[in-house]
Design a protein. Structure first.
Lengths: 390, 460
């Protein structure tokens, strides 16, 4: 006579550890590809909470398997004829067994942009950014929940938690009663007891907010092609996302320059091309002007970043270096990104000048030529900030 | 807890009646145990290939997540039954099943139980008495390596990843005694001397080279796992992990090799048994619905329950009851199909053969007088271990640490992206460069994986 028994996991979640490891591998796989994922055009400009689909390669279990080009057999309707072509989708039923068929293991995972950015910056392990002393522009009173307690006032009753406690007590009771599965008795009432009730523990929370501004400066002269602008845009976008992680309130200013600098809208900044020559200093001067007028560095954390192809007119180099120095003095971080079309382009004069003359710890020069360079460039720039902390 | 639709006493009562029929019909079973569990436990058992204990690896976590997701979105119903080849035989019943489903499952499980105990592949290839101990022992050994501070989780995982990639590259034939290397050498020498003798008398002297008795392996072998255990650049604990994975595969090969027969046999018996149980009408109707669901044909695919059920039915019809017992003892899917999938059956099941290419699927053969043989042969050669490419170890050179593998090409091409990655795992275990020869687009190819795991594809 067969034995029957109820499975009892004894509270053990057997696959928990293997699931955790699998998820970790999935995350690793995202991180490994993040440079490519995040520089995808479709992602740039998305709001941070929108879920985006990210194709994940990997976590496949590779074995020697046969390819798609092969013979097979199947059941039909009886109306099939030799030479008939049929759709692949109707062949799916019952195709499941792992190990001996090519599993379509590439799957897409939904993830918010914010999570992606978190992943991206997790590795950098940045310390909390230096904040301006007088940056406490606003403070906010808030009640923050901090776990549960057994005593409290009725408005703070944690209903869900209390129900859980009651269920726990009920289960314990049943176990004590040794009830088994053929007990078909009608369920008895099992009321709440004082003991089950839980209340929220709260703490008054005062938040200090600090503000930051990002000043995006871009060379919009004739030599800046659409591809170069796209690279610049991706870069600014990520910088913006990053700064937003760290500050409650972030403003962003766009300064376009040719031989004169002017403040423009986001749309104009990225889409309007101009012709003419290049005075980098004009953009810097304009940025300095805006900062002085609207973003007092005593209160604001200022991040300025300039993208250019380095094609500055020679007579401006001296001025450019001088105003770059000024920017360094008032900004948390000032970066110069040179966008070059290929790998073997020699260093531009202005970059050489900056290298030589602008010796500030918060100044950074990066070079980008393809979209894959964006993330490493950003890392380098932000590593600078990390260096400042130490 | 959801309302249960039956009591344990009811199950036991039905089981008693089922067992009586099982006995009367001369099924020969191990003692049976049923474990009743909720669907999460069921998924968990399924993820760990049915075993109460099993070593840890992320792939089982992946399997669990996948199954749970599919279940959540209702893409895939949970299996009604799961049963493991052990003595006593353990069958799992999902708590939420209806009473009828439990009865059907129990009857079905007895079919598997008899099959495990009597089919030649299981008798020769597995030791059901020790199944649980063995899996538990494997789990303990792996855990001890993970906990060993000089080894640790990551290094164990590295070897398990590689072992899983190659696990089906092992001896396929069950019940054949392994010939020792010494014996192989003797045979090679004998063959050589025989050949010289024959040629020297009748014909001009042929140039027969003296056999290379130092060659590793002496002749091409399919047991890549065994080869790695013996010759791979591995530490003792790493070899042990490989042998654990190899043993586990050996345990499952009989099931892989008899999927159609095993499910057909169990379906044949649940159908027989339930028809004799004199079920009340409402249960009987549910039974017929469920049964038809289980053995329905999959359009464009082979449902093993369906094909196996139909073939056993037809064998009984043609040759009598005795014969099906003999068939369940002696055959495996490949021989079962070659011998008993007749033209008549092919027609009844509307089987067809297709050729699947990148974009389209073309129907090549249909079940008529000429077509059925091709269909039968294709099905037979695609079934069981036939669905896994055979890769042979041809030559290892310890001097420059290189290894030559050859894919036994039978018209089916390898999936290259998978072959590259798998080759990297082979290189991990071998500890040197590995070359794989195969054929793609009618061209002989060499896939090379160097010491740094770089892959090159070259024409031979």
């Amino acid at each position: 006579m067969a034995i029957f028994r109820e499975f009892d996991s004894r509270g053990r979640d057997r696959s928990a550890e293997d699931r955790r490891r699998h998820r970790e591998l999935v995350e690793d796989s995202i991180k490994k590809n993040i440079g490519n994922i995040i520089a995808e055009e479709s992602i740039i400009g998305q709001s941070k909470n929108k879920k985006i689909k990210v194709p994940i390669k990997g976590i496949k279990e590779y074995q020697f398997i046969y390819g798609k080009n092969k013979k097979g057999t199947g059941s039909g309707t009886g109306n099939e004829k030799r030479g008939d072509k049929i759709g692949k989708d109707i062949m799916k039923e019952g195709q499941e067994k792992a190990g001996n068929s090519e599993g379509e293991d590439i799957y897409e995972t939904e993830i918010t942009l914010e999570e992606l950015i978190q992943y991206l910056f997790e590795d950098l392990n940045l310390p909390f950014m230096k904040r301006k002393k007088f940056s406490e522009i606003e403070s906010e009173k808030n009640f923050k929940r901090l776990g549960y307690q057994r005593k409290g006032i009725p408005p703070r009753l944690a209903k869900k938690r209390s129900v859980v406690e009651r269920i726990k007590r009920k289960k314990a009771y049943e176990r004590g009663q040794n009830q088994n599965i053929d007990n078909n008795e009608e369920e008895k009432r099992f009321p709440f007891k004082e003991d089950d009730l839980r209340y929220y523990r709260v703490r008054q929370d005062v938040r200090r907010e600090s503000n930051a501004v990002i000043v995006c400066i871009m060379d919009t002269s004739g030599s800046m092609t659409l591809t170069k602008k796209y690279l610049a845009r991706s870069f600014y976008f990520l910088l913006y996302q990053f700064v937003k992680l760290k500050y409650v309130h972030v403003e962003i200013v766009f300064v376009a320059h040719t031989t004169v600098g002017k403040e423009v809208s986001e749309d104009e900044f990225f889409h309007k091309g101009e012709s003419g020559g290049t005075y980098i200093s004009s953009g810097y001067e304009k940025a300095l002007e805006i900062i002085e007028k609207r973003y007092n560095p005593e209160v604001w954390n200022v991040y300025a970043f300039h993208c250019s192809d380095g094609d500055n007119w020679t007579e401006d180099n001296k001025n450019a270096v001088a105003s770059a120095k000024k920017l360094c003095e008032i900004c948390n971080l000032f970066g110069y990104g040179e966008i070059v079309p290929g790998y073997y382009t020699r260093m531009s004069t202005i970059k050489a000048q900056f290298n030589l003359n602008v010796k500030y710890p918060n100044f950074s020069i990066v070079t980008m030529s393809r979209k894959e360079d964006i993330v490493p460039a950003l890392r380098r720039l932000l590593d600078k900030e990390k260096g400042l902390e130490e | 807890m959801t309302m249960r639709k039956y009591t344990l006493k009811e199950l036991e009562a039905w089981n008693e009646r089922i067992e009586k029929i099982v006995k009367d019909e001369n099924l020969d079973c191990y003692p049976q145990e049923f474990e009743i569990c909720c669907y999460e436990d069921m998924i968990c058992y399924e993820a760990y290939v049915g075993m109460p204990s099993h070593y840890a690896h992320w792939s089982y976590g992946k399997a669990y997540e996948r199954k749970k997701t599919l279940y959540k979105y209702n893409v895939e119903g949970l299996p009604y039954e799961m049963v493991i080849n052990s003595n006593p035989c353990i069958g799992y019943l999902m708590r939420d099943n209806t009473l009828l489903l439990q009865i059907l499952t129990m009857a079905h499980v007895y079919g598997h139980n008899d099959f495990f105990k009597n089919n030649r592949l299981f008798c020769d290839g597995t030791r059901a008495d020790y199944t649980n101990e063995r899996f538990k022992n494997h789990a303990d050994r792996i855990r001890s390596y993970i906990q060993d501070p000089s080894i640790g989780y990551e290094r164990v995982e590295r070897i398990l990843d590689a072992a899983h990639a190659l696990k089906f590259q092992t001896s396929r034939v069950i019940g054949i005694k392994k010939i020792s290397e010494e014996e192989k050498k003797k045979r090679m020498l004998k063959k050589y001397y025989d050949e010289i003798k024959h040629t020297s008398i009748l014909e001009e002297k042929k140039d027969i080279p003296f056999p290379d008795l130092e060659k590793i392996p002496l002749e091409p072998i399919e047991d890549l796992m065994g080869f790695m255990i013996e010759y791979g650049k591995l530490e003792e604990w790493e070899r042990d992990i490989l042998s654990i994975v190899k043993e586990e595969t050996a345990y499952f090969i009989p099931q892989i090799e008899t999927k159609i027969m095993n499910e057909g046999w169990a379906s044949y018996w649940h159908y027989k048994i339930l028809n004799q149980l004199k079920l009340p009408q409402n249960l009987h109707i549910e039974f017929l619905n469920r049964h038809n669901q289980v053995i329905r044909p999959f359009l464009g695919n082979v449902n093993p329950y369906y094909v196996g059920f139909k073939i056993f039915e037809k064998i009984e019809e043609k040759y009598g009851r005795e014969k099906i017992f003999e068939v369940r003892k002696m055959e495996r899917d490949q021989s079962f199909i070659r011998r008993y999938l007749t033209e008549e059956l092919c027609r009844e099941m509307n089987l067809f053969q297709y050729h699947s290419r990148a974009k389209e699927v073309e129907i090549e053969e249909i079940s008529d007088e000429e077509g059925y043989k091709a269909i039968r042969n294709t099905l037979a050669s695609n079934t069981g271990m036939g669905s896994i490419p055979c890769i042979k170890v041809v030559e290892a050179s310890p001097k420059d640490r290189s290894l030559l593998l050859v894919h036994e090409f039978d018209g089916r091409e390898l999936e290259l992206a998978y072959a590259y990655e798998t080759l990297r795992y082979a290189a991990t275990l071998w500890g040197g460069k590995v070359e794989l020869r195969t054929i793609v687009d009618n061209t002989k190819k060499r896939i090379l994986c160097d010491e740094n795991k770089n892959i090159f594809l070259k024409n031979e």
